[in-house]
Write a protein that binds this ligand. Sequence first.
Ligand SMILES: Nc1nc2c(ncn2[C@@H]2O[C@H](COP(=O)(O)OP(=O)(O)O)[C@@H](O)[C@H]2O)c(=O)[nH]1
Ligand SMILES: [Mg+2]
Length: 653
Amino acid sequence: MSGQSNGGGTHRPRAAAIIGPYGSGKSTLFEALMLAGGASLKRGDPRSRRMGTELRLGHCSFLGDSWSLLDCPGSVEFAFETAAALSAVDIAVVVVEPVAGKAMLAAPLLKQLDDRGIPHIVFINKIDTLEGRVQGVLDALQGHSRVPLVLRQVPIRDGAKITGYVDVVSERAYRYRKGQESELIALPGEVLAREQEVRGTLLERLADHNDALLEKLIEEVAPSTQEIYAQLRADLAADAVVEVLLGNAETDNGIQRLWKALRHDTPSAEETAQARGVAPGSEPVAQVVRSIHAGHAGKLSIARIWRGTLKDGVSLGGTRLGGIFRYTGGEAAKVGQAEAGEVVALGRLDGVHTGATVSTGQVAALAFPAAPPPVYALAIATGDRGDDVKLSGALQKLGEEDPALRITQDADLAQTVLHGQGEMHLNAAIDRLAKAYGLRVTTAPPKVAYRETIRRTVHQHGRLKRQTGGHGQFADIKIDIAPRDRGAGFLFVDKIVGGVVPRNYIPAVGEAAEEATRKGPLGHPVVDVSVTLVDGSYHAVDSSDMAFKSATRAAMAEGLAAAEPLLLEPFDQVTVRVPSEFTSRAQRLLTGRRGQILGYAEAEGTPGWDDVEALVPQAELHDFIIELRSQTLGLGSYWRIFDHLAESRVAAR
Ligand SMILES: Nc1nc2c(ncn2[C@@H]2O[C@H](COP(=O)(O)OP(=O)(O)O)[C@@H](O)[C@H]2O)c(=O)[nH]1
Ligand SMILES: [Mg+2]
C-alpha cells in the first residue's frame, strides 16, 4: 500500500496500459509506478523484463485505489500485443522520449488510440535528457495526433538542467528529488510568464467543450480548480484532449504527478465497459487479451474482468477456471476471486482463444482488434517425420494464442510455413515450440511457387508396345502440345475421328496428360498449355487405360522438353505504407527488388502517410520487411496479394 492518506475516497479497480516506442522507458516507468503503488518488485530485474517482447502485468494500489498495469512491448513486431492490451484498459500512458525528431515513432500508436477512442496521457520521459524546449517536442507530437495535446506541466530549470515543474492546474511548483516524491516549493518568478501561457492554452482547449468555461475566459473570470479538473477529466475520457506530463522514470521524477492524473482522470471500469458495449448484468464477463504458456503452470490467459465478480473454479463456457493470479511483485499470487475492473491471469483455460469473451452466463462476444497481415515467413520442419502430427497440433495452438501468427501448409512445395510480424516474432514462436512442446524445428526461407510453361507448339508421338509372355500391352497416340494465354490454365481437347482411338480410352489420355503437368522438365508444375489428341491406334486385345496412360506420359515428357520450357515466377501486388518523407525511399527499395511501381497516393484516413503500389516478384519479398523497416525508422509496413505469373528473367533458385 502507498502508505498515504486517502484524499477523495476510493475508486473501483481500474487498468492502464503503458505503451510507446521501443526504448522510450515504458518498463522503467512501469516499475516506478508499481513501486510507488506499493509493489515489491525489483527494478530492472531481467526475469521480470522478458526482453520487451511480452506483455507484463502488474497489480498495485495508489491512494487506496486498486490498479492493474500492463507494460506493453514497444517493438513493431509485437504491435498486435499492444493493440490487444489496449482492449483491456481504461486508459493508456504513451511514453515518449523528449526528442522532436522521434515524435513520429509514436504516430501509429496515437492514431490507433484516436481511431479507437481510447483515453490517453502522453508522458514525456527522460526529461533529464531534454535539449531545447518541451514545446518543440509537443509541437512535433501534435503533428501526429488528431486530438489536441495539452501540456499540464512547465519545467523549472537551473541552467540547462530541469530541476522541477509547475503544475499549471493547481499552479503549484515542485522540485524533483531523486528516488523520492518531489518537494513543494514557491513558484519561481522566472517561470510565471510561461506558466500563465501554458495554463491559458490548456483552459482554451477545455473551453472548446464547455460554454460556461468559455464565457469565463472571455470575461476574464478565473475558473475554479474544481471546474478545470472536472472538464479535464471529461475531455480526457472522451478522447477530446490528451494530457501531457513530464518526468524521469529512472529517478522517479514526475511519478506522483502521473499517478494523480491517472487517479483523477481515468474513466471508471464501468464507464469503459459501457463504451465497449458490455451489457449490464450480474454474471461475470471477462475478455482474454493474451495467452501465455507458463511451463509447468500451464496456460495463462490474461483477461480483463468487465462485469461482476469472477470466482476461481467456475465454468466459463464449459471450461473450468483453474486459478486466478495477481502480480504485485515478482511472484504470482493465487487469489480466490477478482472483480470487475481488474486485469488478471486466468489459469488452464485450454481451448479459450485470445480475444475470446468468457462468462458463466450467455453474453455477446466483445470486439477485439484484427491481427495485422503477416509480413515475414519461414518454412519450418521437424528433424523427425514422426513429430509432424505433434507439430501441426502445436502450431494450431500457437495460432489460437497469437492471432498475429498464421500457419499455412503447402502440399505442392511440401512445406509448412509460419507467417508473422518479423524475425523476433517468429523466433519467439519457434522458441515456444521448443519450450512448451519439446519440438525442435529447422527453418528456411519459404520456397517460392514457381511454375513453368512452354514457348512453342510441338507435335508428339507416344507409343507403347510390349509383349510379355501371353498378354501384351499396346497404345499409340499423337498429341499436339501448345501454349495457351497466361492464366488460361490446362485444356485437353479430343479430336479423334473415326474411332482410331476408342472412346473409352480417351479419358485416360486426358488424365495422364494433366498428371504430366504436375512436374515439368524444369521441375515445377506446368501451366497454360493445351494437349490435343489428334490421332492414334489401338489393339483389340492388348490395349487398356493403363497402356494409353503410359503412352501419354511418355509423349508428354518428351514433348514438353522439346517445346522450349519457360520458367514463370509469381508476382504479388504489394502496398507499402510509409510516412511520406520515406515515399521515394520505399519506391527505390521496390525497384531494387525488381518491382514495377504502379503509383502512390496518400494513405486513406492517415494524413502524412503514403501507400506505394507495385508489382513485385514473390522471390524478392522474403526479407523485404527487414530492409523496409531499417530504412524507415521501423515505421514502414506492407501487405501483399498474389497478382499474376510472368516469365522469369532470373534463374530460379
Ligand atoms: N535518462 C533517462 N533514461 C531513462 C529514463 N527512463 C528509462 N531510461 C532508460 O532508457 C532505456 C530504455 O528503458 P526501458 O524502460 O527498457 O524502455 P522500454 O523499451 O520502453 O520498456 C533504459 O536504458 C532505461 O534505463 C529516464 O527517465 N531518463
Ligand atoms: Mg520494455
